[in-house]
Structures are given as C-alpha cells and as structure tokens.
Design a binder for this molecule. Structure first.
Ligand code: AFP
Length: 326
C-alpha cells in the first residue's frame, strides 16, 4: 500500500516557505469540508431525490436544482464558520452575502455546482472558487476584484474526487481524494508544449452562432486536434490542463433567434472564467475574452457579469487573439 502527502500537509509547507499566516489554512480547510460534503450528497443524491429540480429560479433566470441549493447552503455554512471571510459571491445568490464583515480577511467567489445539466445524469460537475484578500494596509476594501487580484483559485470536480488549485505565483497543483477522504498526491500541472496531445473544447452545436472570424478559425484548425466537450467547465478544463489545447465559449452573435444572442458571452466572469484563467496562467497558459482582452485584467462591474472565454495553451490563445483583434 502506498501513502501520499495530503493537501493540508502540502499547504502547511507552502505557507511556511512563503512566510504566510495560518488564516488561509482555515479558509482552505472549510472549502475542502464543503467539497467533501457536496460530493457526499451528490453520490447519494439519486437515492435521496436530490438530483431533481427545486421549485425556484436563480439570478441567471435558470431553474435551481435541489443540488445547487444544497451545495450553496453547505458552502456558505463552512465559510461562515471560518470567521475569516468578509463577503461571498455565489452563483446561487443575487446579492453578495456578508459573513464576517468585522475581522474577515478574504472575499470568496464561488459556483458550488457548475454544469448543472449533468446533474440528472449523475455526471461530473464543478465546484469553482476564487479568493481575493482585503487590503490589510489601507482603507480600500472592494469586493469586485479582477482575476489578477486573486490570491488563489481552484476547482473540485465532483464526484470524481479530483481537486485542482492554483496559488498565486506558486503554480497549479492537482490532488486526488483517497480512501479516507483526504486530498493527496500533489502533482504540478503545466500545460504540455507538444501539440500532439492538444484538444479543442467548445459547444459544437453553437458554432454557426459564433462571429464569422471565429467560425473561420475553427474551420481552419479543427482538423489538427481532437475534440472533447462535457458541458461542465471544470471537467472540460480538467482535460485541457492535462492535454493542452483550448476551451472556448465564444460570444453568441449570429443566433437565428436574435433574442438568444449572448454578445457578452455565457460564462460568469468572477466565479467561472477568472477562476479557470487564474489556474491556466499558473500552468503556463493564457485566457482572453471576445475582444482579446486577458480575462484576468477585466475589472468586473457586477458580481454576476458574463464573458466570452478562450483559454488554454498560449500559442492557440495567441492565435485566436490575433483573429479577434483584426
Ligand atoms: P450550467 O450550470 O447551466 O449547466 O452551465 C454550465 C456552464 O456555465 C459551464 O460549466 C459550461 O462550460 C457551459 O456552461 C456549458 O454551456 P452549454 O450547455 O451552453 O454548452
């Protein structure tokens, strides 16, 4: 039997090496507890009837599934108990949720159950989170942070038991859950340079609705790469991190029903796009929006802002940026 280093052990060493406080450890322990709890509910959800729809509509105008609300409640509970989180932004709440307004240090932006179309099938979903820190020196205390101000971002792929986290300027690391529910075996993730393994990932059913130049880029490039799409960002990005290539969710601008156009894109900036863009950057990759602007540079104007996303291996993202900006 082989035993592996746990995530907590890894993190303790990291904090020690960079001379950091224990506060972040408390925060991460809460996020891991939440993820394990959500995973437990997900694995037993079909038996308990949690994988159906709840009678509610969320801030995006979508049906809230029971698992979405359960995952949200679980996450808010654990984050509140840290005593360290000022506000949270959740996909499942229109308003920001104040937790430890006095004495808190962190802002946490999360989507506790992303990819909910997979829920009725019991297929993978993501728990995505980004973390920013309060300005401890001055009065500025603003919760609408761009991705470049995150100190960490991560995702649990539920119920596969994988966890990936990027720590600012310290790389992207993947962990796996073991028999006693510890996340173990840190593996540094770096996007492979060799294009042989690269994959493209986008919703092919939408391609005729993309801008003409994006459609042309796909037409000219798709034959060079394998194509994979799960419909849950965490799962699709999990593959890209290992194989290299590019995930795209372009703006929808040519839909036959103009009401269904999404010129601003579909994905949420603060708890989807910026989270994966941060991990991608720490793994050597890059991410831009429909105007070629780096995702991590976008200053959000509201918490639930959407964006288009092109993310993955730098040569591919640079190539599509050239197309988007000419
Ligand atoms: P849902 O949670 O509504 O299923 O959205 C998931 C998601 O935000 C992201 O995880 C996927 O990459 C993307 O949307 C899939 O969208 P399409 O179903 O339009 O391909």
């Amino acid at each position: 039997m082989q035993f592996e280093q746990t995530f907590m052990n890894f993190l303790l060493h990291h904090q020690e090496k960079y001379n950091r406080t224990y506060h972040f450890l408390i925060l991460m322990e809460a996020l891991m507890s939440a993820a394990k709890h959500i995973q437990y509910y997900y694995l037993t959800g079909a038996l308990r009837g949690h994988l159906g729809f709840a009678d509610a509509v969320n801030v995006q105008g979508e049906d809230v599934m029971r698992m979405d609300s359960i995952a949200h409640e679980i996450t808010v509970h654990y984050l509140r108990t840290t005593g360290r989180v000022i506000h949270v932004v959740s996909e499942e709440s229109a308003d920001i949720i104040p937790l430890n307004v006095d004495g808190g240090r962190y802002f946490v932006y999360f989507d506790p159950l992303d990819g909910s179309s997979n829920v009725p099938h019991g297929l993978p979903v993501g728990f995505l989170f980004g973390i920013a820190k309060r300005n401890l020196e001055g009065p500025e205390d603003y919760h609408l942070r761009s991705g470049k101000d995150y100190i960490a971002a991560g995702m649990f792929v539920i119920p596969t038991g994988t966890f990936t986290i990027a720590l600012k300027e310290a790389g992207t690391w993947r962990f796996h859950i073991d028999e006693i529910m510890n996340y173990v075996k840190p593996v540094r993730m770096i996007l492979p340079e060799d294009a042989k393994s690269w994959e493209l990932s986008f919703n092919s059913a939408n391609r005729s609705t993309y801008a003409q130049n994006v459609q042309e880029w796909i037409h000219n490039n798709e034959k060079n790469y394998a194509f994979r799409y799960l419909g849950a960002l965490a799962g699709d990005f999990h593959r890209i991190l290992s194989t290299g290539g590019m995930f795209m969710y372009p703006a929808i601008v040519n839909h036959p029903n103009p009401k269904k156009n999404r010129p601003a894109g579909k994905l949420r900036l603060m708890y989807e796009a910026a989270v994966v863009a941060f991990m991608c950057r720490e793994a050597g990759g890059h991410a831009v929006d429909e105007t070629g602007t780096p995702i991590l540079d976008i200053q959000p104007e509201n918490h639930h802002q959407r964006t288009a996303l092109y993310m993955g291996s730098k040569p591919l993202v640079d190539d599509i940026t050239r197309v988007l900006t000419t």
